[in-house]
Design a binder for this molecule. Structure first.
Ligand code: NAD
Length: 261
């Protein structure tokens, strides 16, 4: 599958699912904007490795996905560096686990900003160029939590359900412009985001680490296996291809059967 000459912005791509998607796009020939937080040297190594391994250009944007002005600048900078933003993956996300009555207000605001409003800001900035060129792919990394809830994840579930609504609306507004907008909904994928919520879930549910992994996380997934970052990246790659041009407005689970129950 070739994305030769295309330009992809992948938010939250210094780790986990976003990094795997960025590499899959680079492997298909797209130039890449990586984004996210982390150790500066490690990020620079990852960026340089993408260029060397795949023979594409990769630039790093430090934009904070909780800040609308920084998000708009990231898209504008990508357009001036490469001439276009053809593929936008709104993937940056964080999690926090707590009963709703104890949920810290600043965590709620942060999760709504990073996991939901960031996609609005990035789409708003990228759409004029996509519409003018009559081609675009917008992929929002939602979650099985865009379709079903779990206790103690009020902000995350709210943000991911919001992403589903945004996805459908953008798909309708762009349907005649050669642009698609899809929400991919992974079940549990073993990444730092999942690892970090294990102690919080142990506390919220009074469970051991093993109980959280087997009785909470894998309990949700009939396959009893974590989804892999490579599987999510393969899906994103296909959804960015010409063959996927009729898949739009779709809220698409990749969750080992979780949301079938
Ligand atoms: P991760 O922690 O490995 O990666 C998250 C990325 O987002 C990192 O690059 C991080 O630096 C970046 N990020 C966080 N806050 C940011 C901010 N303010 N500005 C810019 N970047 C920021 O997690 P992951 O599991 O790869 O998660 C990626 C996406 O997938 C998230 O939207 C998450 O909700 C979603 N998701 C994950 C799972 C899972 O089980 N891991 C399941 C469903 C959905």
């Amino acid at each position: 599958m070739s994305l030769q000459g295309k330009v992809a912005v992948v938010t939250g791509s210094t780790s986990g699912i976003g990094l795997a998607i960025a590499k899959a796009y680079a492997g298909a020939g797209a130039h890449i904007v990586i984004n996210g937080f982390g150790d500066a040297d490690a990020i620079e190594k990852e960026r340089a490795d993408i260029e060397t391994q795949f023979g594409v250009e990769a630039v790093y944007s430090p934009a904070d996905m909780s800040k609308g002005d920084q998000i708009a600048k990231m898209i504008a900078d990508a357009e001036s560096t490469f001439g276009s933003v053809d593929i936008l993956v709104n993937n940056a996300g964080i999690q926090f686990v707590s009963p709703v009555e104890d949920f810290p207000v600043e965590k709620w605001d942060q999760i709504i900003a990073i996991n939901m409003s960031s996609a609005f800001h990035a789409i708003r900035a990228a759409l004029p160029g996509m519409k003018a060129r009559k081609w675009g792919r917008i992929i929002n990394t939602a979650s099985a939590h865009a379709l079903v809830a779990s206790p103690f994840k009020s902000a995350y579930v709210t943000a991911k359900h919001g992403i589903a609504g945004l996805t459908k609306t953008v798909a309708l507004e762009t349907a005649t412009f050669g642009i698609t907008c899809i929400a991919i909904c992974p079940g549990y994928v073993w990444t730092p985001l999942v690892e970090k919520q294990i102690p919080e879930t142990m506390e919220a549910r009074h469970l051991t680490r093993e109980q959280v992994i087997n009785d909470v996380l894998l309990h949700a997934q009939p396959t009893k296996q974590f989804v892999t970052v490579e599987e999510v990246a393969d899906l994103a790659l296909f959804l960015s291809s010409e063959g996927a041009k009729s898949i739009t407005g779709t809220i698409l689970p990749i969750d080992g059967g979780w949301t079938a129950e």
